[in-house]
Design a protein around this ligand. Structure first.
Ligand code: NDP
Ligand SMILES: O=C(O)C1=N[C@H](C(=O)O)C[C@H](O)C1
Length: 269
């Protein structure tokens, strides 16, 4: 049997971090080698499993070099500025990375791509199998409904989410625009207010809802004349994101460099 993959979770006390610590503890082929949080986090020094009632013998730290020494893969669910610092440390230690964080600028995405040329990285705004299958369905639907259908992406998330539209909604927009031979930057409409004029049929609209504890809902509406098609995904828990992240970490064990998406991990290309 191979030695277990040594994983470090960044953002260990966050919503996704806690879910990942739990999922790693339940997997025979993985071990939690480190748990990172911000230098001012009240969770520093606590056992990474304390919040889920399953101590792991790994204390949460802000010391990137200590946490990453000897690790195989970092799993990052933090904020873009945190991810940048974590990747710099990954480069020093030759540690591969699974990045679930969203809200990157185009320049930050380019930095991640450059990093991945040396150190294999999976970057995906949504790790769930279901959403990644939906992305394939959207490609098929957009090609078939390329005229006469107005396309709107509607997403809903919990009140704590800080970026909008969600990374998933933006990736859906990219898939739809590519299928239609458009550039999302040229055709996206992110807000409407006041006298907007009639809808331009070449646009892709986005609507964002924030409230309560909604884990993550995404719907793409193709509105035609006399009919509407809706393709929806709803997450009822964060477990699917965690399991997808672990699949991405196992995938990284098979490659040495390059930037990958969940379509590579799930063999959906
Ligand atoms: N790809 C996917 O499948 C999914 C992606 N996400 C994305 O993952 C990210 C995290 O989501 P979620 O777990 O809900 O968020 P939380 O706010 O619950 O957790 C974020 C964690 O990262 C820490 N953190 C924040 N800023 C930094 C920083 N600059 N450096 C280091 N650590 C930092 C936080 O610490 P503190 O609390 O002290 O600020 C916290 O521990 C978001 O971008 C979200 O959109 C979420 C779910 C699924
Ligand atoms: O912040 C979240 O919670 C989520 N973020 C990701 C996104 O921005 O798409 C994935 C999922 O929808 C949950």
């Amino acid at each position: 049997m191979n030695a277990p993959l040594r994983l470090v979770v960044a953002g260990a006390s966050g919503r996704m971090g806690r879910m990942l610590v739990e999922a790693i503890a339940a997997a025979d082929d993985l071990v939690l080698a480190g748990a990172l949080d911000r230098a001012d986090s009240p969770a520093l020094g606590e056992d990474a499993g304390a919040a889920i009632g399953r101590p792991q013998g790994v204390a949460i730290t802000a010391d990137l070099d200590a946490a990453l020494a000897g690790a195989d893969v970092l799993i990052d669910f933090t904020r873009p500025e945190g991810t940048r610092a974590h990747l710099a440390a990954c480069a020093r230690h030759g540690v591969k990375a699974v990045i679930g964080t969203t809200g990157f600028s185009a320049a930050q995405k380019a930095e991640i791509a450059a990093h991945a040329e040396r150190c294999a990285t999976v970057l995906a705004p949504n790790m769930s199998v279901g959403v990644n299958v939906v992305l394939k369905l959207l490609d098929v639907a957009a090609r078939a409904l390329d005229t006469g259908y107005d396309i709107e992406v509607i997403e809903a998330h919990h009140r704590h989410k800080v970026d909008a539209p969600s990374g998933t909604a933006l990736q859906m927009g990219e898939v739809l625009a590519a299928a239609l031979g458009r550039r999302l930057a040229d055709c996206a409409v992110y807000a409407r207010e006041g006298h907007t004029g009639e809808r331009d049929p070449s646009t892709i609209g986005f609507s964002t809802i924030r409230g309560g504890d909604i884990v993550g809902d995404h719907t793409v509406l193709f509105a035609g004349t006399g009919e509407r098609i809706e393709i929806s995904h709803r997450s009822g828990s964060r477990a699917g994101y965690a399991q997808g992240s672990l699949r991405a970490a196992r995938f990284l064990a098979t490659v040495s460099s390059g930037l990958y998406g969940m379509d590579d991990v799930l063999n959906l290309r």
